[in-house]
Design a binder for this molecule. Structure first.
Ligand code: HEC
Length: 102
């Protein structure tokens, strides 16, 4: 990896916070909303306010293809296949910290 690339990566990490936050903002918030306040595609519960455990369980179950609460589990299955355990833990940590700013 060349130095400019490394520098850019580090800069991005420090500007945007945790890995979970980066992943969420890039890959999840379009459907789930910046604070997890939306029903994704009209087919999920709002995930804002969910505990780390609840989010982790949901994400691991999607990854393993055994969750389908609202008929759209296949969507989340395809997405979660890209994430390893650490990504899922970071995402769960970030999502459980989401609150709506007022
Ligand atoms: C294309 C839109 C879309 C994107 C992008 C997306 N989701 Fe989802 N998500 C859904 C849908 C639709 C459901 C409901 C699936 C079902 O029927 O079980 C869902 C369900 C969930 C649930 C469980 C909610 C419930 O109602 O049980 C969690 C947690 C979740 N998504 C997290 C994430 C995370 C984390 C990401 C980013 C890595 C993500 N989603 C990206 C559409 C999306």
């Amino acid at each position: 990896m060349n130095k400019t690339l490394l520098f850019t990566l580090l800069l991005n990490l420090s500007l945007f916070g945790s890995d979970g936050e980066i992943l969420y903002k890039q890959k999840c918030q379009n459907c789930h909303g910046s604070y997890g306040q939306l029903s994704a595609l009209g087919h999920s519960e709002a995930i804002m306010g969910w505990s780390i455990t609840k989010v982790r369980e949901a994400l691991f179950s999607y990854k393993n293809g055994i969750r389908n609460t609202n008929g759209m589990g296949a969507y989340m299955n395809i997405k979660m296949k890209d994430y390893n355990d650490e990504d899922i833990n970071e995402l769960a940590k970030y999502i459980s910290s989401l609150k709506k700013e007022d």
